[in-house]
Design a protein around this ligand. Structure first.
Ligand code: NAP
Length: 245
C-alpha cells in the first residue's frame, strides 16, 4: 500500500532511540521529511545521518517552553507541519506515597505540558493547511495501571481524554488526533528489566516483545490520507497484552 507521505513534513519527539526512532524510520521509509528531537546533540546527529532525517533539534522536554519553541522552529525550517508525534522518555518509578511532589510537577511538564505546548503551535498551522495528523505515544498504563508507574498511570489516562476532546474540535479541518499505546516494546527502557524469555511468554500472548518499527507501521498509516476517517482513537500495539476489550 502506498501511504503517499512524500510531500509530508513530520516532527517526532523523543526520537534518537526506541519507539520514537522506530516511528521516524518508518515515516522516512514512506517518503516523509522528518525532524528528530532528543536531549543529546551528538547522538541525535548520528541518528539523523543513519536514518536520513532532515533535521535534528536537541531539546529537553522537561523544560517549560521547549516543546513550543521546537514546533515553531520546525515550522520555520520546513514551512509546514503535517505530522506531529509526541513522545518522550518514561517517568521515574514509584508507588503513590513514594512519589515526591516535585516529580509530579516534572512529569506533568514532560508528559502533559509538552503535548499542550506543541499542540498550541501545531494545530493553528494544521488548520490553515486543512491537513494534520497528531499521534500521541502514551502507554498501556492509560487504560490498565502498571504497578510502580504512578505518574504515568495518571497522566497517560488524561491524555486519552485530551486526545478525544481535541479530535472533536479539529476534525472538520482535516486533522486527526489519535494515541498509540505501546505494550512491551524492545527498547532500552524495557531491556533494563532483564526479563527472561519465560517471563515475556507469560506476560504477552504473542510471546515476544514488540519492535519499535511495529509502532512505526501503525503511526505511518495513521499519518496517511488513508486514515482520514480515524480520529479520537487509542490503539494498543501490544501483542495481545491488554486483556480487556
Ligand atoms: N518501551 C516500552 O515498552 C513502552 C511501553 C509503554 C510506554 N512507553 C513509553 O513510550 C515512551 C518512549 O519509550 P522508549 O522505550 O522508546 O524510551 P527510550 O528508548 O528510553 O527512548 C526515549 C527517547 O526520548 C528521548 N528523551 C528522553 N527524555 C527526553 C526529554 N526530557 N526531552 C527530550 N527527549 C527525551 C531519548 O533521547 P535522550 O535521552 O537523548 O533525550 C530517546 O530518544 C516513554 O514515555 C515510555 O514511558 C514505552
Amino acid at each position: 500500500m502506498d501511504l503517499n507521505l512524500k510531500e509530508k513534513c513530520a516532527l517526532v519527539f523523543g526520537s534518537s532511540m526506541g519507539i520514537g526512532r522506530g516511528i521516524a524510520e518508518v515515516l522516512i521509509r514512506e517518503g516523509a521529511s522528518v525532524g528528530l528531537l532528543a536531549r543529546h546533540a551528538a547522538e541525535l546527529e548520528k541518528v539523523k545521518s543513519e536514518i536520513g532525517a532532515k533535521a535534528a533539534y536537541d531539546a529537553d522536554l522537561t523544560k517549560p517552553g521547549v516543546a513550543r519553541d521546537t514546533v515553531q522552529k520546525f515550522i520555520r525550517d520546513f514551512g509546514r507541519l503535517d505530522i506531529l508525534v509526541t513522545n518522550t522518555g518514561g517517568p521515574a518509578r514509584g508507588g503513590f506515597l513514594d512519589v515526591p511532589e516535585k516529580q509530579w510537577r516534572d512529569d506533568f511538564q514532560s508528559l502533559w505540558m509538552s503535548v499542550v505546548e506543541a499542540l498550541n503551535e501545531a494545530l493553528p498551522a494544521m488548520k490553515k493547511q486543512k491537513f494534520g495528523r497528531v499521534i500521541m505515544i502514551t502507554s498501556l498504563a492509560a487504560v490498565e495501571p502498571i504497578a510502580g508507574l504512578t505518574t504515568s498511570n495518571g497522566f497517560r489516562a488524561g491524555l486519552t481524554g485530551l486526545c478525544k476532546s481535541i479530535s472533536n474540535e479539529v476534525a472538520s479541518f482535516g486533522i486527526t488526533v489519535n494515541t498509540i499505546r505501546p505494550g512491551y516494546i524492545n527498547t532500552r527502557r524495557i531491556q533494563e528489566n532483564k526479563w527472561s524469555p519465560e517471563k515475556i511468554r507469560e506476560m504477552v500472548p504473542a510471546e515476544r516483545l514488540g519492535e519499535p518499527q511495529e509502532l512505526g507501521e501503525l503511526a505511518a498509516f495513521l499519518a496517511s490520507e488513508k486514515a482520514a476517517y480515524i480520529t479520537g482513537q487509542s490503539i494498543a500495539v501490544d501483542g495481545g497484552r491488554l486483556r480487556g476489550h
